[in-house]
Every structure is written in structure tokens, then in C-alpha cells.
Design a protein around this ligand. Structure first.
Ligand code: DGY
Length: 429
């Protein structure tokens, strides 16, 4: 397919996955509105319909809970093709049936991008309306995902990280007691090859964590205190730190002085806190099980998001460049979700090796901002080649570029449109 044909195919995917103002990630496997999927999708829509891009994010925030949390899934209508649906989550925190935890907070960054891309001033007005909701979501993160004030954010479920079955969660997940789950039937493995999805032992524990949180009524304080899984995640932490920098710029432009002051405090705290995720042996940021105090021992694609978070001091950058080049010598396509030199690496199983387009986009952006346009360019080229080879798949093999997981995937289409496609190239080289 020519690049123009790929542009057209990407727009068609977004239009066909559009449910009337919000977009599903892909038909069959993921039939609802997912949090960070939707936000990346907005970037794709913005390349041909800015107003529709805003609608995507506004509809996501319609599901915000009374406590400030923006859920990872909004179940706007019941769809029996997905498990676990609303009755399993058993939540009651907001106006729309939803899951009980969040997903990486990319929204403030994308909202700032939409404002920057608009010359009319209308986008700033739409951003102004969302500011109180963004502030409340970020306050929620700090209160309930960093209750010890460490300056890093934890996830209470692997799904909250958006990087569902990353090896980083293995040890903490194994410690979760399997209980209160009853018999259940997975649906994901009827949509895609089970070899590309998490194992049953993982699913038992995913459901056990949900049961534990349901048993405390999804009360955010109690969840933070008692959830059997509580792991500080460099992915969510770096995305949040970056989002706060963008939120600060928005607050300053809108003259929201008190908000701006509050956000400056968050940034300082997180810049210091990120050091607790630094693994001196690996010379990279890793996850930290807050229940045991143990750091993980592998490099994930989120380790490369430090520059995106604005943490691009020379030592960090040099070390990441070394890891980047080492990994590039092992696989054909960057950036695998887990280090190919690590014992747990699997090139086709969900987050244990495959490449994701939107992660490449964020890594490249950080590297470009840190002055490394060469590696940023490599990531863009690899992403474009992967899509040209493997189609608009959910993710790709770093070894041969095969598309895997769900097909006609919205965020892959969106990242193509906003960044990887030669006709829409912007930001990260
Ligand atoms: C899944 O894989 O179904 C999870 O809900 C992901 O968010």
C-alpha cells in the first residue's frame, strides 16, 4: 500500500470504530471506550476533524468519578463479547458504568497538543472547560496512588498501567491470593490467539484483585491501604510527570494562578521521587513493589520514557542511549516492550516483548526534545515500517514485524496519522 492509501485506511479505521463521539479500540476484543486509547485516538482525529477530537476526550471525562478518578473503561452499553463486564467490576463511583481503576493519564498532554494545533482560540476555550476535571483527576492520582508521598505513582492492578502483563508485575501478581472469583469464561482468547494473551493464572489474579477492591466498595482510601497489588510504575509516573508539565502550561495560559502553583509543587515532588525508581545496577528506571520495597530487574519500554517526562540529565540520557543501541542490535524493530536480553522476554505475547506504536511515539518525542533526533527518527521509521508490514495491528513482533493481537486498531491508526505517516509528520522528527 502507498502512504496515501495507508493514510486513507487509518482514517477509515477511526471512522468505523467511532460509536458516535467515542471510539472503541477495535471491534470484538475491546468493544467499549478505553481511557488512554481514546486520548491517543483524539490525536488521530485531530489530523482531519479537530472538533471530533475534542468530543472524544470530553466523552471520556463524562465518566469521571465523584472522587476525581477517570476510569480505564466506560461501559456505555452492555456487550456480551467482553469479559469482565460492568457486573463483575461492581462499581458505583460515577455517572456511567465503568471499571474501578484508571489508566495512564496522557490526557493533559494531548489536550495541550490540540490547543497548540489550533489557531482559532476555540480549542483553548474547550481546554478551559476541562481544566477543573483534569486538576481533580491529577489530585486523585496523588492522593490515592501515592499515599506515602514518595513522588511516584503506583498501580493497583496491572491493567491500570495499560501494560497489562508486563514481566514487572509477575512477582507482585504471584503474591495475590486467588479468591472470590468463582467460575468464569474469558472472551479475549476467543478473539485472538491465546499465545498472544496473558495466561489463565494471570487472569485468576486480575479477577482476585478486582474482587478485593469490590469488597471494600472501591473506596479509594481503602483500596490504597489494602489492595493486594500496589506497584509503583515508571510508565504511569513518567506519563503523569509529563502531563503535569503540559497542564502547567495550560494553567499559565489560562491565568489559573492557584492551579499553576499547585502543579509546580507536584512537578518538584515527582522530579525528586522518580529517583526511587532508578535501578543502579541496570542504570535505568524500573518498577517498585510498594508492598515489599523490591525493585524489578528488567528494562521495559517505559524506562525509555524518562526524557519524555523531562528527566534528560546527561547520565540518564547516556545510559538510555546505550540500552537503546544494545536492544537495536538484538531486534529488527524498536522498541520492544521488554528487554530482549531478559529471561522473561517473549516477542509475541502481549506486553512481554511486542512493540506498540503509541509507546514509540512518546519515547521518540522525549528523545527528540532531549536533542537526540537520530534515535527519535529511528523510532518513527520503525513504526512506519511496522505498520506498512503488519497493518494497523494492536502490536507487532520486534523480530519480524508481524502484526499481533487485535486488528484494525484505533490507536495504531491514530499514531500513523499524527506522527508515523510521512504526510503527517510532526514533533519527534
Ligand atoms: C483487557 O485486556 O481486557 C483489559 O481490560 C485491558 O484493559
Amino acid at each position: 500500500m502507498s502512504n496515501a492509501d495507508l493514510d486513507k485506511a487509518a482514517r477509515t479505521i477511526l471512522i468505523e470504530n467511532d460509536q458516535g463521539g467515542y471510539t472503541i479500540p477495535t471491534k470484538g476484543l475491546y468493544p467499549y471506550q478505553w481511557n488512554w486509547d481514546s486520548v491517543f485516538v483524539a490525536l488521530g482525529f485531530a489530523t482531519f476533524d479537530q472538533s471530533r477530537a475534542w468530543r472524544e476526550i470530553e466523552m471520556l471525562f463524562e465518566g469521571q468519578w465523584r472522587d476525581g478518578m477517570v476510569p480505564h473503561i466506560l461501559f456505555r452499553k452492555d456487550d456480551p463479547s467482553y469479559f469482565p463486564g460492568p457486573s463483575v467490576w461492581g462499581t458505583d463511583g460515577g455517572p456511567i458504568p465503568s471499571s474501578g481503576h484508571s489508566q495512564p493519564p496522557v490526557a493533559a498532554t494531548v489536550i495541550k497538543d490540540l490547543v497548540d494545533a489550533d489557531g482559532s482560540g476555540k480549542a483553548l476555550e474547550r481546554a478551559a472547560k476541562l481544566m477543573p476535571q483534569l486538576m481533580n483527576w491529577h489530585r486523585w492520582y496523588l492522593a490515592y496512588r501515592d499515599p506515602k508521598n514518595l513522588g511516584v505513582l503506583a498501580v493497583i492492578h496491572p491493567w491500570e498501567s495499560g501494560r497489562d502483563n508486563l514481566p514487572d508485575w509477575d512477582e507482585a501478581l504471584r503474591a495475590v491470593e486467588v479468591k472470590d472469583i468463582g467460575p468464569y469464561e474469558r472472551k479475549d482468547t476467543s478473539h485472538v490467539d491465546p499465545a498472544m494473551r496473558p495466561h489463565k493464572e494471570d487472569y485468576d489474579r486480575y479477577l482476585s484483585i478486582m474482587a478485593a477492591c469490590r469488597n471494600v466498595g472501591w473506596d479509594p482510601q481503602k483500596v490504597a491501604e489494602t489492595c493486594p497489588f500496589f506497584v509503583a510504575d515508571p510508565g504511569v509516573t513518567f506519563i503523569f510527570l509529563r502531563a503535569n508539565r503540559d497542564l502547567l502550561i495550560l494553567a499559565e495560559r489560562l491565568g489559573l494562578d492557584a492551579d499553576a502553583e499547585e502543579i509546580r509543587g507536584w512537578i518538584l515532588k515527582m522530579e525528586a521521587g522518580a529517583k526511587t525508581l532508578w535501578n543502579e545496577e541496570l542504570k535505568a528506571h524500573v518498577a517498585l513493589n510498594e508492598r515489599t520495597g523490591r525493585q524489578t530487574d528488567g528494562i521495559s519500554s517505559a524506562s525509555f520514557l524518562a526524557p519524555y517526562a523531562g528527566l534528560a540529565d546527561q547520565a540518564t540520557l547516556t545510559s538510555l542511549q546505550g540500552h537503546f543501541d544494545r536492544i537495536a542490535s538484538k531486534v529488527r524493530y524498536l522498541m520492544p516492550s521488554y528487554d530482549p536480553d531478559h529471561r522473561t522476554y517473549e516477542p509475541l505475547r502481549y506486553w512481554r516483548g511486542p512493540v506498540w506504536a503509541m509507546i514509540n511515539y512518546m519515547i521518540a518525542r522525549g528523545f527528540a526534545e532531549a536533542g537526540d533526533s537520530e534515535r527519535a527518527g529511528r523510532l518513527r521509521q520503525d513504526t512506519a515500517d511496522l505498520i506498512a508490514t503488519g497493518g494497523f495491528a494492536e502490536y507487532f513482533s520486534p523480530e519480524n514485524g508481524a502484526g499481533a493481537g487485535g486488528g484494525t486498531f484505533s490507536w495504531t491508526a491514530a499514531i500513523w496519522l499524527t506522527w508515523a505517516s510521512p504526510s503527517h509528520q510532526k514533533q519527534a522528527a
